[in-house]
Design a protein around this ligand. Structure first.
Ligand SMILES: NC(=O)c1ccc[n+]([C@@H]2O[C@H](COP(=O)([O-])OP(=O)(O)OC[C@H]3O[C@@H](n4cnc5c(N)ncnc54)[C@H](O)[C@@H]3O)[C@@H](O)[C@H]2O)c1
Length: 427
């Protein structure tokens, strides 16, 4: 791969749904308005140059908006050949925000075409898929990244800072919950929600937070999960309303740490906050409790809360503001973290060609986002998916051993283990 000729990163966007609207689009607009700069990289541009989606209908609105505000034209690709057309249109980096069981194909095609990629969480659903993508990224000398924006939440950054600095010592257990409104599962996601579960969709935020924040010496040992059905789909079907996941880690001295993560996408739409998110972590010497929507603001507006506006909004993730200097803006950690991906691409590409490999390796060593460091999270997702599939097939109560000698292995009650992945999972 040669250096880019201009200091402009042309982005391709695969999937133009809710998360594109919330985080990618504001980033592209902001990058168009203000450009980007870092002393060691100089000025560089991020340009949304093509989109790929099923129907192109939503994308057409962004094309019009882009024209109206003087952004360079966006090629709107849709239908069965949307992805090959996007890849052939001259993009440098591809962002993938399709439903979670459709990330792999798009990511593989983009890597094969030699593009840097950023995948929405969860990266992929199995370790086999992860192996294939990480090998391809190495072969093509490009970055393969996954976004977990909660790692950029100031409260989570402070949590990790305290852990790294030794203020919080040795986590033992904890719980996390993330509850999404019912309108999401039954409306926005109705095209792909069949056969899916809210655990894979949102527990991954906390799986990654736990693994990244407290990880290092410990090993993920086992995963169990339970769930309920009957609201989004039928009671005995494969579509889940809510999921309770438990993951257990073992430290080198044999002590264990266990975490429960509860998720749902059937919370009433008149809930006071858009998404309910809470964590509690207990250490040898401390307890940490955090609530993402109860950070101080409580508001009630006649006839507008709690549906159109929420009573307890989270303005840190992503908010629309009028800045004190009069400009309208949209900002928050959900948007910053997308900008950071492009900064890392710029870092790899905009320097002496002879040092490109060293810069690429430096970026690959950033475990918060690199696909190579996503193994424990993907192993947990694969385990949870297998446990829920067994449950839907009439065999509830399975446990997956992540560190079984033969590899990732599912144990159904009263049955011999079945190996799901037969290679080493953790270094
Ligand atoms: N970071 C976060 O907090 C966050 C929040 C929401 C969603 N997400 C992730 O983003 C991804 C998308 O979620 P969403 O909420 O935007 O979903 P969505 O249903 O709103 O949008 C999905 C988009 O993907 C497109 N699409 C579907 N299949 C496709 C295919 N085969 N090829 C090309 N395009 C295809 C659809 O046309 C649509 O534009 C998921 O992986 C989800 O987990 C992340």
């Amino acid at each position: 791969m040669t250096l880019m000729k201009t200091t402009k990163i042309r982005a391709g966007m695969v999937g133009v749904g809710m998360i594109f609207e919330e985080t990618y689009w504001p980033l592209f607009v902001q990058a168009h308005r203000h450009g980007c700069y870092r002393r060691d990289l100089g000025a560089y541009e991020i340009q949304l140059s093509a989109t790929a989606s099923l129907t192109g209908r939503r994308a057409a609105g962004y094309v019009d908006h882009a024209n109206a505000i003087g952004m360079p034209p966006i090629t709107n690709c849709y239908g069965s050949d949307a992805l090959p057309r996007l890849l052939a249109s001259g993009v440098d980096a591809v962002c993938i925000a399709t439903p979670d069981d459709r990330h792999f194909e798009a990511a593989k095609a983009a890597l094969e075409a030699g593009k840097h990629i950023l995948i929405e969480k969860p990266s992929v659903l199995s370790l086999h898929q992860l192996d294939e993508l990480t090998a391809l990224a190495r072969k093509k000398d490009v970055l393969a990244r996954v976004v977990y924006h909660k790692l950029a939440d100031p409260d989570h950054k402070k949590l990790r800072t305290h852990v790294v600095d030794g203020v919080l010592n040795h986590v033992n257990n904890g719980y996390c919950s993330l509850l999404e409104p019912k309108s999401i599962a039954t409306g926005q996601f109705s095209e792909w929600v069949n056969g899916r579960n809210p655990g894979t969709y949102v527990a991954v935020h906390y799986i990654k937070l736990i693994d990244f924040t407290f990880g290092g010496s410990w090993r993920l040992s086992r995963v169990s999960a339970n769930g309920q059905r009957g609201i989004v789909g039928v009671a005995g079907g494969t579509t889940w309303d809510s999921v309770q996941l438990q993951m257990t880690y073992v430290y080198p001295d044999g002590r264990e740490a266990a975490f429960d993560i509860h998720t749902s996408w059937v919370t009433p739409d008149d809930f006071p906050g858009y998404v309910d998110q809470e964590v509690q972590f207990r250490f040898d010497n401390a307890v940490w409790l955090a609530h993402q929507r109860k950070r101080g603001v409580e508001v009630a507006v006649e006839n507008r809360t709690p549906r159109e506006l929420k009573n307890t909004p989270n303005h840190h993730y992503n908010g629309k503001f009028i800045e004190p200097w009069g400009e309208r803006s949209q900002r928050g950690y959900g948007i910053e973290v997308i900008g950071r991906f492009f900064e890392e691409v710029a870092f790899v590409e905009y320097g002496p060609a002879s040092e490109r490999n060293a810069r690429l390796e430096a970026m690959r060593s950033l475990h918060y986002t690199d696909l190579e460091a996503d193994r424990a999270t993907v192993a947990t997702v694969q385990a949870m998916e297998a446990i829920l599939a067994a449950h839907a097939g009439g065999k509830p109560g399975a446990v997956v051993k992540i560190d079984a000698p033969q590899g990732l292995t599912i144990y159904l009650p009263g049955e011999a283990g079945e190996v799901l992945y037969d290679r080493k999972i953790q270094a």
